[in-house]
Design a protein around this ligand. Structure first.
Ligand code: NAP
Length: 268
């Protein structure tokens, strides 16, 4: 039986690690060729092997998604290599750097630490450049290429539960993800006439390198589990399943939405 993405080509930013890598493998299982765009291409080697073991093609492109030319080049490379660009997953992202690196420890004891008084503007700008402006530029580069190719497509932006959950100490991350959610809704309306659906996924806490410093800290780990009704971190493959739905024809009437695979974090 043909896979849900048979004959399609997907471009995945942040495809060398975590959620992006899981999407690449899941999409390949369903018949897609994949282009992985990431800062450090050599880190994509395992994902490339996994895709090729499934009989699909994988291409890796060095790409800093916070620069427009790199996004344009990645979209062009996908079209050149595969002759198509059907699905985009904008998964490249960074956390609130100070939070994860432990340069400040304020979130360990209570959740009232202030971004406004403690953290510098450079951190704000860095997170915005990658998590929000970078996603916008990936979307626009790929949308332009999809329109040129004329086959429509599906764009999936990786937001976060933090798009809707005000986390003290992480204003930069929360605002960047809230921006991704609104960007998704606007682009869904702008691109509907081109047959391009645009949706977002807002994961809860997922076990990836990005959250290793949280799951590895007993106090932070307990904090996450206490707020997650399923009492566990999610796995990247559980996000890839949702991305597959949004990428496929099963979601043919879904655009401008955000889906939260978060173990029950939200009760709305
Ligand atoms: P991850 O394992 O750290 O993967 C992120 C990937 O993006 C890494 O390969 C990273 O490269 C790459 N990247 C960072 N900046 C980039 C840039 N400017 N250009 C190109 N690639 C870049 O983290 P993840 O957990 O899979 O995160 C994927 C997305 O999900 C992010 O947008 C994140 O905010 C979001 N998210 C994650 C969680 C979670 O709990 N894990 C929850 C909600 C949302 P380097 O490693 O070389 O920096």
């Amino acid at each position: 039986m043909a896979g849900a993405l048979e004959g399609k080509a997907a471009l995945i930013t942040g495809g060398a690690s975590g959620i992006g890598a899981a999407c690449a493998v899941r999409f390949a299982q369903e018949g897609a060729d994949v282009l992985l765009a990431d800062l450090l291409p050599h880190r994509a080697a395992d994902t490339v092997s996994a895709v090729e073991a499934l009989g699909k093609r994988a291409m890796v492109v060095e790409c800093d998604t916070s620069t427009e030319a790199a996004n344009d080049a990645a979209a062009q490379a996908c079209a050149d290599e595969f002759g198509r660009l059907d699905v985009v997953v904008a998964a490249a992202g960074i956390s609130n750097a100070e939070y994860v690196s432990g340069e400040t420890t304020d979130l360990g004891d209570d959740r009232t630490a202030s971004f406004i008084t403690n953290q510098n503007v450079e951190h704000w700008e860095k997170v915005m450049a990658v998590n929000l402006t970078g996603v916008m530029m990936t979307d626009r580069s790929c949308a332009r290429k999809m329109i040129e190719l004329g086959n429509g497509g599906s764009i999936i932006n990786i937001a976060s539960i933090m798009a809707k959950f005000p986390q003290p100490g992480a204003a930069n991350y929360c605002v960047s993800k809230a921006g991704v959610w609104m960007l998704t809704k606007v682009l869904a309306q702008e691109l509907v006439q081109d047959g391009i659906r645009v949706n977002a996924i807002g994961p809860g806490f997922i076990e990836t390198p990005m959250t290793a410093a949280i799951s590895g800290n007993e106090e932070l780990n307990q904090w996450v589990l206490s707020l997650t009704p399923m009492r566990r971190f999610g796995q990247p493959e559980e996000i890839a399943k949702v991305a597959l739905f949004l990428a496929s024809e099963e979601a043919s009437y879904v655009t401008g939405e955000i889906i939260h695979p978060d173990g029950g974090w939200f009760t709305e």
